[in-house]
Design a protein around this ligand. Structure first.
Ligand SMILES: O=C(O)c1cc(C(=O)O)c2c(n1)C(=O)C(=O)c1cc(C(=O)O)[nH]c1-2
Length: 235
């Protein structure tokens, strides 16, 4: 949408409502997630899901490092660093990435077949790489805004833990440590990101670009699940 340069900015509450209004595009309502939460996935489908999401988990620190490298504002860089440390951990064998591997093992994958990415579907690679390229090439504020899907993630993760425990007998609570550890963190990050975006997107054009960035990210996540669903249907 192209706006006249003089278009008035939205009020903060209008802007936030426009961002939150994209929740219907979020992957919580994707048929694959609906089936996962309802207990309808086979063991094989769960494996393919976990092995493919591994690729997303792996690149998140690179995406966040790209945001930092493009951002001239010290307090944003300082705040953002924590995300990289969270996923990578303070030392090897620590961190979010390791907790994701634990979930992979619980669904029956060997470490090796996750690490060598043999199950990663082309469409997942394409979508996830597009997210990293977005962060590398767009202004930092748009890249930050694209992470606002985290606003929607806390509730979904909370439901996921309950639904997976109820529906997949071979998965124990400890196996879901990635999610149980992440629920509060992701909700906090979502609030922090929204605060940054509202403070820094002050013109109408910046606001529209932030909305478009979040919309792009919902497409990334949706496309990932489309590709996972197709890859998992092959067996
Ligand atoms: O399990 C989920 O449904 C889910 C969704 C999202 C998201 O909405 O992007 C993230 C995460 N998990 C997550 O664990 C995570 O660390 C994360 C980082 C980001 C991001 O864009 O920087 N999204 C998400």
């Amino acid at each position: 949408m192209s706006l006249p340069p003089s278009a008035a900015p939205m009020s903060s509450s209008e802007f936030i409502a426009a961002l939150r209004g994209l929740s219907h595009r979020y992957w919580g309502t994707h048929p694959f997630h609906v089936r996962m939460h309802g207990g309808g996935l086979s063991e094989y489908e769960l494996k393919i899901w976990a092995a493919n999401r591994w690729y997303y988990q792996c690149v998140l620190p690179q995406k966040d490092a790209a945001i930092i490298s493009n951002c001239p504002v010290p307090e944003i860089r300082r705040e953002w660093l924590d995300r990289i440390a969270y996923h990578d951990g303070a030392k090897a064998g620590d961190g979010g990435i390791e907790r994701w591997l634990r979930l992979c093992t619980a669904v029956g994958l060997g470490r090796e077949e996750v690490l060598d990415q043999r199950h990663v579907a082309p469409g997942v690679r394409f979508a996830v790489d597009a997210y990293v390229t977005f962060a590398r090439t767009k202004p930092w504020l748009e890249a930050v805004a694209s992470g606002l899907t985290e606003m929607f993630a806390g509730h979904l993760m909370q439901r996921r833990v309950a639904d997976m425990l109820a529906n997949y007998s071979w998965i124990a609570r400890e196996d879901l440590a990635y999610f149980t550890d992440r629920i509060d963190k992701v909700s906090g990050e979502g609030k922090g990101t929204l605060d940054i975006v509202v403070r820094h997107a002050v013109t109408r054009e910046q606001q529209e670009k932030a909305i478009a960035a979040l919309s792009f990210k919902t497409d990334v996540l949706w496309s990932m699940l489309d590709a996972i669903e197709r890859a998992a249907a092959k067996e």
